[in-house]
Ligand binder design. Structure first.
Ligand code: ADP
Ligand code: MG
Ligand code: MG
Length: 251
């Protein structure tokens, strides 16, 4: 599904190397988690994969189903099936959530060479997805994220993800700032969307999220590289011992 090889990334503005050779393969249907100290490059990896400006790929490659994604425009990546849930979802005053989602869905269909969804079909589609994720119909009518609680914003990200039906979902600290109940809702949303043809890359600081989203593989990232990979027990080890031992091991 997602294959990252020897990825090196620098900042465009300053001469600073952030990713220093990331290797990562996520198979179809798998959930991988990335943990690691602050500043290790986790968000940079998700930004580079989604096509955010300001970063320069200096070496290596990233492919989705064999297609080079680093050469694509952000909307082409979305059409290819990549989705990034943001750590800090943006508020868009004056734009209704439903309108926003309909525009996003139709833009993606257009990029895939498919017909627009009719208003009626879209309404059925969004209602079904909202119901599946236990999202209140009222949230669909409000302006995007405006006045949403932390938990509602994250749930709205999950709804966007459900609507766009991506193949590869990247969640960057979608659990940060959430209380335990809201975190469980995010986890349940992800679990509801798990399927054979869909993979997840979940970036998190907290082992407790991984109690609810059971990952197949856990990676530890430090200083722009993945320094260790293992099963869910690796997340527990980090929770109990911190990163110091792992960093010392690598050094
Ligand atoms: P993480 O998500 O693991 O906390 P980041 O990817 O956010 O790490 O950051 C990795 C490193 O790159 C940090 O040292 C951060 O300060 C630096 N960095 C990332 N983006 C920028 C930027 N736009 N300008 C300056 N430094 C940046
Ligand atoms: Mg950070
Ligand atoms: Mg980050």
């Amino acid at each position: 599904m997602l294959e990252i090889k020897n990825l090196h990334v620098a900042l465009e503005e300053e001469d600073k190397q952030i990713l220093k050779g990331v290797d990562l393969t996520v198979d179809a249907g798998q959930v991988h988690a990335i943990m690691g100290p602050n500043g290790s490059g986790k968000s940079t990896l998700s930004y580079v994969l989604s096509g955010k400006d300001g970063y320069e790929v200096t070496d290596g490659s990233a492919t989705l189903d064999g297609e080079d994604i680093l050469d694509m425009e952000p909307e082409e990546r979305a059409a290819a099936g990549l989705f990034l849930a943001f750590q800090y979802p943006v508020e868009i005053p004056g734009v209704g959530n439903m309108t926003f989602l309909r525009t996003a869905v139709n833009a993606q269909r257009k990029a895939r060479g498919e017909d627009e969804m009719s208003a009626g079909d879209f309404l059925k589609f969004i209602r079904a997805k909202a119901k599946e994720l236990q999202i209140d119909a009222d949230m669909l009518k409000r302006p995007v994220n405006v006045g949403f609680s932390g938990g509602e914003k994250k749930r709205n990200e999950i709804l966007q993800m459900a609507m766009l039906e991506p193949k590869m979902c990247i969640l960057d600290e979608t659990d940060s700032g959430l209380d335990v109940d809201a975190m469980k809702l995010v986890a349940e949303g992800v679990n509801a969307l798990r399927s054979e043809g869909r993979s997840f890359l979940v970036i998190t600081h907290y082992q407790r999220l991984l109690d609810h989203i059971k990952p197949d593989v856990v990676h530890i990232m430090a200083n722009g590289r993945i320094i260790k990979s293992g099963g869910p027990e690796l997340a527990l080890e980090v929770e109990n011992n911190g990163y110091a031992d792992l960093l010392a091991e690598v050094a």
